[in-house]
Write a protein that binds this ligand. Structure first.
Ligand code: SAM
Length: 225
């Protein structure tokens, strides 16, 4: 486990400026207006230029299938936008009233994500809200069909409780949590979501983005309060 953690930590060095570099790379190499081309370009950057903490193509397939099951007109909430990889993955199949609100605390990432969504042609489907989840969640209105938790792992449990308290879930809403594998210490979140009685849970094994390291996602369907 220590070796695996060191491998991952090494990849995370220099991460602060990466979204800006990724935006420049996408502008240069991706096909404008083609979300799949933007995703492929971000994958290329992550593998060949600098590690990105995107959900990535492997867990991304699981995420895409779960979002599709929520319907093309789903109302989606994301915590942690970063370079908008998962935002593009979730928004590209939306139609009609389908919409994604993505909360991002980093100014650098908010700006890069907005630029990358412009290249993908998806700014009409996605609002990137700059702020911390704890500040923004209480300002949101209505309910969401699908919630993607992918910010800092110690915030999953308090922020899910805040989402519940703000009335942002309805019976059948799906909460998809990335990075609940052994490297990430998501025990507090898993303990809550599996024992509070409000959710039916599925755990799917996978790998950390762009590596063979063990990871998992937790998919929880809200039963109501
Ligand atoms: C793992 S990345 C998100 C990856 C993105 N969902 C994807 O798959 O393409 C985590 C992001 O969460 C953001 N973040 C961390 N804490 C946050 C908070 N409290 N509120 C909003 N964003 C936060 C970080 O700045 C970072 O960009």
């Amino acid at each position: 486990m220590a070796d695996e953690w060191n491998e991952l930590r090494g990849k995370l060095e220099g991460l602060e400026e990466r979204p800006t570099e990724a935006l420049a790379y996408v502008r240069e190499h991706a096909q404008a207006g083609d979300p799949n081309s933007v995703l492929a370009t971000l994958d290329d950057f992550a593998v060949n230029h600098g590690f990105l903490i995107n959900v990535g193509p492997v867990k991304g397939k699981i995420l895409e299938a779960e979002v599709a099951a929520a319907g093309a007109e789903a109302r989606i909430l994301e915590l942690g936008c970063y370079c908008a990889y998962s935002a593009i993955l979730m928004a590209k199949g939306l139609e009609g009233s389908g919409h994604l609100t993505s909360i991002e605390s980093s100014e650098i990432s908010t700006s890069a994500a907005t630029g990358i969504l412009e290249v993908a042609g998806l700014t009409h489907r996605v609002d990137v809200v700059h702020g911390t989840s704890s500040d923004v969640i209480p300002t949101l209105e209505g309910s969401f069909d699908f919630v993607f938790l992918d910010h800092w792992k110690d915030l999953y449990e308090p922020d899910l409780r805040a989402i519940e308290s703000a009335g942002l879930l309805h019976e059948g809403s799906v909460v998809f949590a990335d990075n609940v594998g052994p490297l990430f210490g998501a025990d507090q979140y898993l303990g809550y979501v599996r024992s509070c009685g409000h959710y039916e849970n599925r755990s799917l094994q996978s790998t950390v983005e762009y590596t063979e390291l063990e990871d998992a996602v937790e998919i929880s369907t809200y039963r109501g309060a």
